[in-house]
Design a protein. Sequence first.
Length: 160
Amino acid sequence: MNVRCVAKIFALTRIVDIYLVGTVDMSFFEAVKHAFVYWLNNKGRACRSEYWYFFLFYILARFAVQFLDVKLGLSFSLSDGFSYGMLNFAFDIFMMAPSLTLTIRRLHDTGRSDVWLLSLAIPFGFLVFLYLVAQDSQPGENKYGPNPKDVNYELPINLC
């Protein structure tokens, strides 16, 4: 990948930041990097852009892994026509911890505890969960830490 291509990708993510998210909280690549750096940290808060960009990354990576699984012949078909393979299984195991901790930090950002994850276990609970993670950050500091959208917010480690 050359420098021009990388620059175009960064410019595209900034356009998505401004027009779709409405604010320049965190870029696509920053969000993915942050989710993997803090994959064991369920303390603190995660802003909306970090959560949804990581979700977008997960969907895109999922399609790529599924494609590779089928092309390499590692997948097997299930009864409904959906195929699942060894790469998909490895990807699911690899992504479980970063996804879970990021979701917990997103709930913390809205002022809720991680117990709200249990809403996914009830019928139509995903609608409640979707509402919770789509809400804006709780302004100021809450019991889970400072607001990541604040100007003075500092990451505990350097991501560069």
